[in-house]
Design a binder for this molecule. Structure first.
Ligand code: FAD
Length: 267
């Protein structure tokens, strides 16, 4: 079974900084990590390989430093790592990102049986990329999967939607995006990290290798433009009150009446 896992490198910091001119995330000078759900997707891929054989290829689109995350994936056990990097990719929205990833996947021989993604990232958080890759490649997709079982040439997967458990059968090749519950994530052994960082091989593909023009990618190839970014203003103030239950109830009723949320007749 040939599996591709899409991995995004994301900032590993609680506060992100935005370039106010370009309206893009400032990635320089920040610590980075593999998007947590992509680690889950990788573990799920490695688990399937362990029981069914085959190869796991990890794919990431991003700046050259994305190579670190791919080396971590090699340390976790991936067989092959490909970094999609080109100055022309900078500023890509989700559609342009998916286009680059789909083009890279369509170049792989044999065409992979299974594509695994995280359900969403912790930085842009759209959940668009997986479904858009599947659409561009014309293959079926199931999102938010928390359990994967392989049955000959199809997968039977489970996902929670609106509190109900869906069981879905999907023929391969297919794209699955995973939720946190799909697979436990191991911590990486130091020795494996050392080997991956000193000897691991990361292939690089840019526009030329992918056969895409600069018009199809980056800001030029993006269907969306970020016009403005605002930090939401918090107008609500919290208030902690203490005292006897009787006093607290009176206080709460008084406050609700004062802001017009409770009529005197309601009381
Ligand atoms: C309207 C809009 C405009 C934007 N404009 C810009 C811009 O001008 N400049 C800019 O830098 N960014 C921009 N972004 C952010 C950029 O689109 C995202 O960083 C990128 O497309 C991934 O989207 P996401 O993080 O929401 O991924 P999601 O769709 O949440 O990711 C789901 C999964 O897809 C896979 N995946 C996602 N991205 C990658 C990747 N790069 N490589 C490999 N796998 C991946 C992972 O498995 C991930 O878990 C914009 C986003 C939006 C919504």
């Amino acid at each position: 079974m040939n599996i591709v896992v899409c991995i995004k490198q994301v900032p590993d910091e609680p506060i992100i900084r935005i370039d106010s001119e370009r309206m893009t995330l400032i990635r320089e000078g920040t610590e980075s990590t593999i998007n947590p759900l992509d680690r889950v997707a990788l573990e799920a891929g490695l688990h399937l390989r362990k029981h069914n054989g085959g190869q796991v290829t990890v794919l990431s689109m991003g700046p050259p430093r994305g190579e670190e995350s791919l080396r971590e994936a090699l340390a976790a056990g991936a067989d092959r790592a490909i970094l999609l990097t080109d100055p022309a990719f900078a500023g890509s929205d989700t559609l342009a990102t998916s286009h680059v990833l789909a083009r890279a996947i369509s170049r792989l021989r044999p065409f992979p049986d299974l594509l695994l993604c995280g359900m969403k990232t912790i930085d842009s958080d759209t959940g668009h990329v997986g479904p858009q890759i599947a659409e561009e490649l014309g293959i079926p997709q199931v999102c938010g999967v928390n359990k994967i079982n392989l049955e000959e040439d199809s997968l039977v997967v489970e996902r929670l939607s609106d509190g109900f458990l869906d069981t879905v059968k999907v023929t391969l090749p297919a794209l699955i995006s995973v939720s946190r519950e799909c697979c436990p994530v191991r911590s990486l052994p130091l020795g494996a990290l050392e080997i991956a960082f000193s000897q691991g091989d990361v292939t690089r593909w840019g526009c030329q290798e992918l056969g895409v023009s600069e018009e199809e990618v980056g800001l030029k190839g993006s269907a969306t433009r970020v016009r403005r970014l605002l930090t939401p203003a918090f107008t609500r103030k919290g208030e902690i009150v203490s005292g006897s239950p009787r006093l607290l109830v009176d206080r709460l009723i008084g406050t609700l009446e004062a802001v017009g949320l409770l009529d005197e007749e309601d009381g």
